[in-house]
Design a protein around this ligand. Structure first.
Ligand SMILES: [Cu+2]
Length: 56
């Protein structure tokens, strides 16, 4: 799980982009779903989700 540092959360306007940088462990290569889980997961339900592919 990757969590932004406390106090670093941003609010984007439609069309704005936020970049999160992290290092994935090699043995964790694969595909997973990512999402925003604010408001008890409602953001994810509303479409704030994506597929993350980690390749080696
Ligand atoms: Cu959200």
């Amino acid at each position: 799980m990757v969590m932004p540092q406390p106090g670093s959360a941003t609010t984007n306007e439609p069309g704005e982009v936020t970049f999160l940088e992290f290092t994935a462990l090699e043995d964790r290569a694969g595909t997973c779903q990512i999402g925003c889980f604010q408001e008890a997961g409602q953001h994810c339900e509303d479409g704030m989700r994506a597929t993350l592919i980690v390749e080696t």
